[in-house]
Design a protein around this ligand. Structure first.
Ligand SMILES: *Cc1c(COP(=O)(O)O)cnc(C)c1O
Length: 418
């Protein structure tokens, strides 16, 4: 008798039969627990905004919103998503290096807490909209210090994001000349996948210090400071869980110190950390075969839905946590290469991962996959389309995104007379 993987009492075999595979499965209990335990630890004066890009599903956003999270968005559709998820305008910020005029107008119409401007031209463009009463703007600073510990750094070096601290410090007269924007805050985001609590604390201190310097030099009050985040989820061997207790101690001290001098709203924006843990990418093994001494499981989904599992950016292939969901409790029997159905050798979800025996029809899961899944993957490759997404909430599985159909994929194409 083998124990299979279950979510809130639902056996994976039943969920897979009902919703089909490949499938993204989100456990609402885990989603809530991660948020709540972080919320408990952080100073209540720190507002948590959910970075929708990590998992833009409207129901996922709605769960986090219902727990008190605001939402940080970076496109028109993410803005609409945040609104539909029930976020109040004052709990939405809009950022991104390439906002369109339409996006800026939508922010104004909705009355979001702030537009995070990432270039001086963008500030000017916003000013040119001549919104009566002015638009609230936070300046995204590319700080003079470098991010430590980020696997992908977004600041402290030449980047398309934000405005160099040195440039901002020279922009006092320009910013003061603008009549229709109101600079009321500073935003900083140093990078993602940080697993060292000390690095997050250091980044927070650095951004708060940069914000204080900018407000003093440019002459505006710090109504809001967004200190970014970048909290990581360990995916690979030798990676350790982020110590959120140590992180919270350090961040709370930095924030308390800062709030002793300023009456500010302090925001942290988190994507991966909030949703990464709750998600499992579920695939079904179609064929199992041996090739020149290695075993291959060819599954019905692969990197077309889980690009992160390819391990872009590292020379050595590192595996996400992959488990047999059908034989969840069984000990590993041999190493397998788990691949998807694409016709490219790069479609490898896991290389030489030790698993119990895999038979055709078995379900396999890539765990900790709630962040940067389908929306960050080439789902149109080979026209497989995007998978179904299911959220189990309070014991009930809900289809929160249906699988793409042939018509979804072909309906946008035009067959011309040839
Ligand atoms: C992507 C991004 C986030 C979310 O990052 P995570 O590492 O997923 O928490 C937050 N802020 C900005 C500016 C981003 O670009």
């Amino acid at each position: 008798m083998t124990a299979e993987f279950t979510v809130q009492g639902h056996p994976i075999s039943e969920l897979a039969a009902r919703f089909g595979t490949p499938l993204y499965l989100y456990d609402g209990d885990v989603l809530r627990e991660v948020y709540r335990s972080l919320r408990e630890l952080l100073d209540p004066r720190v507002d948590i905004l959910y970075s929708a890009k990590a998992n833009p599903n409207v129901s996922v956003c709605a769960v986090l919103r219902s727990l008190g999270a605001g939402i940080e968005v970076s496109s028109l559709v993410e803005l609409i998503t945040a609104h539909r998820a029930g976020a109040a305008a004052r709990d939405i910020v809009f950022l991104g290096p390439g906002k369109s005029v339409d996006e800026l107008r939508a922010c104004v119409e909705m009355g979001v807490h702030a537009v995070v401007c990432e270039s001086l031209d963008e500030v000017e463009l916003l000013n040119d909209l001549r919104v009566p009463g002015g638009v609230d703007v936070m300046l995204r600073v590319n700080p003079a210090f470098t991010a430590k510990g980020a696997r992908l750094s977004m600041g402290g070096k030449p980047r398309q994001f934000g405005i160099d601290q040195a440039v901002l410090l020279r922009s006092r007269s320009f910013l003061r000349s603008l009549r229709h924007v109101r600079v009321m805050g500073v935003h900083g985001y140093m990078g993602t996948r940080i697993l060292d609590a000390g690095n997050v604390v250091e980044n927070t201190r650095g951004i708060l210090a940069a914000a204080e310097e900018l407000s003093a030099e440019l002459g505006f009050d710090l109504e809001t400071v967004d200190v970014g985040g970048g909290f990581g989820v360990p995916y690979f061997e030798n990676e350790k869980d982020l110590d959120v207790e140590a992180l919270a101690l350090g961040v709370n001290a930095a924030v308390a110190d800062f709030l002793g001098r300023h009456r500010s709203r302090v925001i942290t924006e988190l994507g991966r950390y909030l949703v990464g843990w709750c998600g499992t990418y579920v695939v079904r093994a179609r064929y199992v075969k041996e090739s020149m001494g290695e075993w291959f499981v060819v599954a019905d989904g692969g990197t077309n839905h889980h690009m992160a599992a390819v391990g872009v950016g590292s020379f050595v292939k590192r595996n996400f946590p992959v488990r047999s969901l059908t034989r969840y409790e069984e000990p590993a029997e041999r190493p397998y290469n788990v691949t998807g159905p694409l016709c490219t050798p790069n479609d490898v979800v896991a290389k030489q991962v030790a698993l119990p025996e895999v038979r055709p029809g078995d379900l396999l899961g890539v765990e900790r996959s709630g962040a940067y899944g389908p929306s960050a993957s080439p789902g149109l490759f080979l026209s497989h389309g995007y998978p179904a997404e299911v959220l189990v909430l309070d014991g009930t599985p809900h289809l929160v995104r249906r699988r793409d159909t042939a018509e979804d994929l072909l309906g946008k194409q035009q067959l011309i007379p040839v």
